[in-house]
Each structure stands twice: as structure tokens, then as C-alpha cells.
Design a protein around this ligand. Sequence first.
Ligand code: 5GP
Ligand code: ZN
Length: 298
Amino acid sequence: MENCIFCEIVKGDSPASIVFEDQICVVFMDIQPVNHGHALVIPKVHAASLSELAPDIGGYLFQAAQRTAQAIRSSSQMRCEGINLFLADGEAAGQEVFHVHLHVIPRYSGDGFGFNFSDRYWQKPSREELDASAKTIITGLVQQQDEVEAFWQAYTASLPDGVRPPGSYDVWAFGDTEEMANELGQLVRAGIKTATCSLLWEYEAEGDEDLPKAGDVSVITNGQGAPLCVIETVEVEVKAFGQVDEAFAYDEGEGVRSLAYWRSAHWKSFTRVCGSIGREPTETMPLICERFRLVFPK
Ligand code: 5GP
Ligand code: ZN
């Protein structure tokens, strides 16, 4: 993103006192610290606000902030009796730099930093008011799920008479950023992309997901979790990165659809994934190569 000071820091075009860096995030010292040791944790990918940030990257930032907080707490050089994690999302919330960042602020009693409260703060709301607030948020959470469920119902209703709908389905998005989820999801919906691959090591590292198999049905969402289409897995094969051929690269449907393009784009994204699980990318790294067909909308 142009004119974003934090993107410039990510690219190394602007000076920063870097604490930690991997494929996904960077931790560096705030230029105007609230207290000595105040650090910022940011995603490498540009996201102006939380709603633009893929939730798994948000989780990753929190983990990096937790480790940074621990390092600050255990140092004997910094005055730290407590820590605040703080994230300003939106101008009204105090956001000044529009590239998501999580503040890690060391605190000690009498440091002079704090929140201001309005008079309203001192009049506690009733239980009814709290329940009403909870209900409003629950409605928002349910709506996100409902949209996917309604889409699934539309798909099952579109099946010819006598065809039994699948008993269950997964919900997921392509790629590891919101941009990729939108871009690749549209290619799938347009019927251009009919193959995908992921790193077997990532499945092994996460350890809680079953490998895809022929017959699996999935609702594909965009980066904001809105449903785009339904696909059915047709074939799954584990192959080394170096064994992927022209035909598979073409079916992946990205860019110019050549093997050279596929290798360059996927090497980059697998390098990112490898970084997050502490491995090095190689020509022999095993990939789960999956072919699928678009079943809805058609
Ligand atoms: P916000 O109010 O958006 O949550 O916080 C922005 C933070 O970024 C501020 O604490 C500010 O001091 C810090 N900041 C702004 N520009 C730079 C910069 O160029 N380098 C660094 N390291 N921090 C910055
Ligand atoms: Zn940025």
C-alpha cells in the first residue's frame, strides 16, 4: 500500500527499531512511546482496519504480542509492573495510522497513562440493558452464520428431484489474506479455478483438521465470510512441490496459468506458511493437490 508508513517499515524503506519479524508480522518500537518499551505488532499484509484483516492473522498478532509482553515483563531494564494490549480500530477509537497495529505497553503505578471516562461510566447499566446489548451482538454473530446457511439451502433447493443433498459441509476461504480470499474465490465462482493445493506440513502442524477427500463439499466464502459458491472435491493427491505439472498449474487458474507462474506465486506463499510453522520451503515439500468442481451457482 502506497503512503502507508507501516508498509514502508515492512518493506525496509523506513527506519524502525525491529524486535521481531517473520513471514506474517513485524514487532518494532513505537516512535513515541507511552512508556519506555512500548512496542507495536503489525501484520505484513496491509489492512487498514480489523474488518479487513483475516481473523487467523489477527490471532497470530495476538500471539506475537503475548510473547513480546512476556519479554518486556521479564527484562530487568524496563520498568514494567503490568502490560496493556491496546488496539485502536477507527478514527473515533483513536486510530492514527491506518494499518492495523496492536500496542504492547508496559505499565507501572503512577506512570500517568490512563483512560478517561465520561460521567455515564459511573452509572452502571441494568442487567436488562446488558442483556439487550448482548442480544444485539448475538444477532450480528448469527447473521454471519445465517448467510452461509441460507446459501447452502439455496444450493440444496437447486438440486434435481431425487438427488439427496450432502449430509454436511465445510466453510472456508482460499488463501491466507483477505485479498487472496476475494480474488481466488471469484475465480472459483467463475469456474476458472478448479484446483488448489496446500502444504501437508501445515495440516500436520495444526493437527486438528482432516485431510480433504473426494466427495467433500464446501461453501467457499470471500475474505469477509460471505458465501460465494459451493464446490465438491473430486480428487486428492499428495505430491512434492517439484512434481506439480503444467496441467495442474493451468487448473489452479491463477495469473497466466503457466507452470512458471504457479511455481513463483506458490513458492512465495508456501515460504510464508513455512515461516509460520518453523520450516524451510524445499522442492520436495509435500503438497495436498486437490481438484474440485463448481456445483453452485452454475
Ligand atoms: P494509533 O493511535 O493509530 O493506535 O497509534 C499509532 C502509533 O504509531 C502511535 O503510538 C505512534 O507513536 C506510532 N507511530 C506513528 N508513526 C510511526 C513511525 O513512523 N514509526 C514508528 N515506529 N511508530 C510510529
Ligand atoms: Zn500499510
